[in-house]
Design a protein around this ligand. Structure first.
Ligand SMILES: C[S@@+](CC[C@H](N)C(=O)[O-])C[C@H]1O[C@@H](n2cnc3c(N)ncnc32)[C@H](O)[C@@H]1O
Length: 243
């Protein structure tokens, strides 16, 4: 996982800023049942998405494990940003109406524990909203994807929909139709992709040797328009309802 303590300073500007945050927040809000009064946004990061979830009658809290991310979130969510690991939320059982987790599950090797913790704090009828299949969303059919796709390990991704659903069902959550949002500003460039490949950023799904990395970075460097972003990905949001 990236070190979010150092990533915090450049996080918002490199993750699509306000347009991406607005799209993500609007998608989460579309999935909340009428009457939702409390929402905990786990892994809230800098709170850029979280602050856009607040509505009259809906109290929104942010929780994150990284001090530096949370410092920014605290400015955006005064008194409602808490340092907490998503596996151990400082909340009683069945105490909240909704939990959201945007761009979290693809990062961790303990998806099941996060889903279980969300299920614990949700009241019956409450909902978990979580991004799934984040890394495959980046495969938008571009020339960059054509280079990388043969090296995507099958069944990779700790946020793959099937895995998240299996954990959800095991913890008393029923799947319901989800939605998606546009990852504004997240379209890949050939140069940026080659750099990320060299830095091991794609380790969760990349299947290949160091020699493969050399070959693919050469292929990426040969693509036209090295700094032109390809299409923005469409990120899936899954919805689960507590029984
Ligand atoms: C990609 S960022 C997403 C932030 C925010 N949800 C957004 O969409 O902008 C991932 C965040 O997950 C947090 N994180 C990673 N593991 C965590 C855990 N076990 N518990 C709580 N937060 C965690 C990181 O500190 C980071 O802020």
């Amino acid at each position: 996982m990236l070190d979010y303590e150092t990533e915090a300073a450049r996080y918002d500007e490199t993750r699509g800023g306000v347009p991406r945050a607005e799209a993500a927040a609007a998608a989460v809000l579309r999935l909340l049942p009428p009457g939702t009064r409390t929402l905990v946004d786990v892994a809230c990061g800098t709170g850029l998405v979280t602050e856009r979830l607040a509505r009259p009658g809906l109290t929104v809290y942010g929780a994150d494990a990284a001090h530096a991310m949370l410092r920014t979130a605290a400015g955006r969510l005064p008194g409602r940003a808490v340092r907490a690991d998503a596996r151990h939320l400082p909340l009683p059982d069945a105490s909240v109406d909704a939990v959201s987790a945007i761009w979290l599950l693809h990062l961790v090797p303990f998806t099941g524990r996060i889903v279980a913790e969300a299920a614990r704090v949700l009241r019956p009828g409450g909902v978990l909203v979580a991004t799934v299949d984040k890394d495959t969303a980046h495969d938008v059919g571009s020339d960059i994807d054509a280079v990388l796709r043969p090296h995507r390990a099958p069944d990779s991704g700790s946020d793959r929909a099937g895995l998240v659903t299996a954990h959800a069902v095991a913890h008393g959550l029923t799947p319901a139709p989800g939605t998606s949002f546009t990852g504004h500003g997240q379209g890949a460039t050939p140069r940026g992709t080659a750099e990320k490949l060299r830095r091991g950023y794609y380790a969760s799904w990349f299947h290949g040797t160091p020699a493969t990395v050399d070959r693919l970075t050469t292929a990426l460097a040969a693509l036209p328009d090295q700094d032109r972003p390809r299409d923005a990905p469409d990120y899936r949001l899954a919805l689960f309802v507590k029984r």
